[in-house]
Design a protein around this ligand. Structure first.
Ligand code: HEM
Ligand code: HEM
Length: 193
């Protein structure tokens, strides 16, 4: 399988990043929603620390993904795609990228403005994005919380569109974001003597 994207399909790097980000978002949303109501025990501190470390990991993966997409390009739209659908896909993708940056950064900002230190899996410290500020903390917290619901709404639309293409239109939209199952054998080289 090719690492780079081709005009026909997403390459291995984009696919790996797409699907690991899907898994991470699922876990982070679940952990975020459940950790806030946990009783104040060491388990809660552990849950917050893991949520933050994996949230920062996601931020790094999204930056890598965007950089790779700009470098390696993207497959061309399938022929016959109505222009309104292409525009809607573009807006949805751009919105998801925006939120994939805004959500972890607002979590980081909330953490800083609340005066907490931030570590990545206990290995190193990250700088504070702002000084202690209760109003800013409250704003960042709301952005974080509402941003997740907005992202989940876009994801639902996005996943529904992908399934519509696969099940109703029966085109290659979803397949080209999945590893190829049937591989065409590589052309053989003539034997060298
Ligand atoms: C895309 C990545 C992330 C997702 C999807 C996510 C999701 C969530 C969700 C759903 C909540 C619960 C919100 C609520 O019910 O009020 C939450 C809370 C929280 N998140 Fe994240 N989060 C992400 C990244 C981060 C990062 C990178 C940090 C910090 C560096 C962070 C720090 C926090 C904190 C401190 C809370 C608790 C807020 C409170 O106590 O009310 N999150 N997150
Ligand atoms: C957290 C969940 C998800 C996020 C944040 C997400 C995000 C994205 C983004 C930003 C793109 C645009 C690719 C780019 O320009 O870099 C994309 C492409 C794609 N996603 Fe997702 N996605 C998610 C879940 C899903 C799910 C559940 C499916 C399938 C049911 C799916 C199927 C696809 C497909 C098929 C493409 C390629 C579209 C094309 O070739 O035009 N995604 N995704």
């Amino acid at each position: 399988m090719r690492l780079r994207n081709t005009p026909e399909r997403w390459g291995a790097v984009s696919q790996l990043l797409h699907w690991s980000i899907v898994l991470l978002i699922g876990w982070l949303a679940w952990r975020g929603l459940t950790m806030v109501d946990m009783p104040a025990t060491p388990a809660k501190i552990e849950a917050y620390a893991r949520h933050k470390s994996l949230g920062l990991t996601l931020l790094a993966l999204v930056a890598m993904r965007l950089a790779w997409r700009l470098f390696a390009g993207s497959p061309i739209a399938l022929p016959g795609t109505p222009s309104w659908q292409a525009r809607l896909a573009l807006v949805t993708h751009a919105g998801m990228y925006l939120l994939l940056f805004a959500i972890p950064l607002s979590g980081w900002l909330f953490n800083s403005a609340s005066g907490y230190p931030l570590q990545w899996f206990g290995l190193f410290n990250l700088p504070a994005l702002a000084g202690r500020d209760a109003t800013l903390a409250q704003f960042a917290r709301q952005l974080h919380g509402y941003g997740v619901w907005l992202l989940l709404a876009l994801v639902a639309l996005h996943a529904a569109a992908a399934l519509y293409h696969h099940v109703v239109r029966r085109d290659a939209t979803l397949r080209r974001m999945l590893p190829a199952l049937s591989r065409t054998p590589a052309p053989r080289r003539p034997m060298e003597h």
